[in-house]
Write a protein that binds this ligand. Structure first.
Ligand SMILES: NC(=O)c1ccc[n+]([C@@H]2O[C@H](COP(=O)([O-])OP(=O)(O)OC[C@H]3O[C@@H](n4cnc5c(N)ncnc54)[C@H](OP(=O)(O)O)[C@@H]3O)[C@@H](O)[C@H]2O)c1
Length: 335
């Protein structure tokens, strides 16, 4: 085993869209384990939009990564050595291990993964944070009813692909928005969305949504914000529910975008808009994971992983994900 750890640290804070030069690849010795700690070799590293927020020196629900600090991130890997009573060599585990090849952890916030139940990569995808986000963000915040129309923006990504399929499982008419024709095809032909369109080529969002949602929108699961959301809000039905999951169209802007003031529409439709964080549902994670695993097993829920090989490609894969190069969950395979 190597005694050297490769790590990506934050080199500088991006102005606008991140560059590979915002990260530094460094080598450090793997520290000796203290009592209660164990060493994980990271196999699959997750790349997620929230990481863009951690690169800013701004107040948010989590502290920013400091310059020179290892980039934050979830991963799944194998325990190599352990001084911890609950984790032994050969176990697989997932946690917030960071952008590095090896992580030393005391086990707080770390979950064991059974490699016989599903491929271990799913622990950071459909059976991990993005899957739980889709499950609770749709079912708890929007509470969709059979026959209702559910609109999902960012529909072809890790969260969106699952939201649309869960909405179908619940008997809803499901509409997706994505930025590549092949993604649109994937949503309607492979995942069973009733309709979808490409927001980059079909830019009259209101007209397109009015056509695809002739009965209006009952539930809107928002991953992107911006003009797409402005158009969706104009089509909400009476007592509609809007789940604000993410606002990725705004993450790389240097100045906040000013939109139209649409809050008055909520009075007319008596709609509810709610932001949420997946971590709020931690006490119910086992319920969500069990249900998602059952749906996968019964063939009702499909997932797709976009895997880039090689730890050294973390920054490139991260930037690629922000640009929309992924369908489904973006991962880097380090082992
Ligand atoms: N609230 C929570 O607890 C929570 C938890 C997890 C994720 N999230 C949020 O959920 C959203 C989806 O996350 P994810 O992990 O599933 O990522 P993802 O959708 O797998 O990847 C990001 C996707 O965003 C799309 N995108 C990029 N720029 C865009 C723009 N300007 N306008 C519209 N779409 C754009 C791209 O697809 P296209 O090709 O379609 O543009 C890209 O593939 C993000 O906003 C994230 O921050 C929230």
């Amino acid at each position: 085993m190597s005694s050297i750890n490769r790590q990506f640290v934050l080199a500088s804070r991006p102005a606008g869209f991140p560059q590979e030069s915002n990260f530094n690849l460094i080598e450090t010795p793997i520290p000796a384990l203290k009592e209660g700690e164990f060493l994980v070799r990271e196999h699959y590293l997750s790349l997620d939009p929230y990481m863009r927020g951690r690169m800013n020196d701004a107040k948010s629900y989590a502290a920013p990564v400091q310059i020179g600090e290892v980039m934050t991130g979830g991963a799944v890997g194998e325990v190599l050595e352990s001084n911890h009573p609950d984790f032994k060599p050969g176990d697989f585990a997932t946690g917030q291990f960071g952008w590095q090849e090896f992580a030393v952890t005391d086990g707080k916030g770390v979950r064991k993964v059974d490699p016989n139940l599903a491929p271990i990569s799913t622990a950071v995808g459909v059976l991990g944070m993005p899957g739980l986000t889709a499950y609770f963000g749709l079912l708890d915040v929007c509470d969709p009813k059979p026959g209702e129309t559910v609109l999902v923006s960012g529909a072809a990504g890790a969260v969106g692909t699952l939201v649309g399929q869960i909405a179908k499982i619940k008997g809803c008419r499901t509409i997706g928005i994505a930025g590549v024709d092949d993604k649109v095809k994937y949503l309607t032909e492979d995942l069973g969305f009733d309709a979808a369109f490409n927001y980059k080529t079909d830019t009259n969002y209101f007209a397109r949504l009015r056509e695809l949602c002739p009965n209006g929108i009952d539930c809107y699961f928002d991953n992107v914000g911006g003009e797409i959301t402005d158009a969706a809000l104009r089509l909400l039905n009476l007592h509609a529910r809007v789940s604000i999951c993410g606002q990725i169209s705004q993450y790389n802007l240097e100045k906040p975008e000013l939109g139209p003031r649409l809050l008055g529409l909520l009075i007319v439709t008596r709609s509810k808009i709610q932001g949420f964080l997946v971590s709020d549902y931690a006490p119910r994670f086992s319920e969500g994971l069990q249900q998602m695993a059952e749906w996968i097993k019964s063939g009702k829920l499909k997932y797709h992983e976009n895997i880039v090989e090689g730890f050294e490609n973390m920054p490139r894969a991260f930037i690629g994900m922000l640009r929309g190069e992924n369908t489904g969950k973006q991962l880097v395979k380090a082992v």
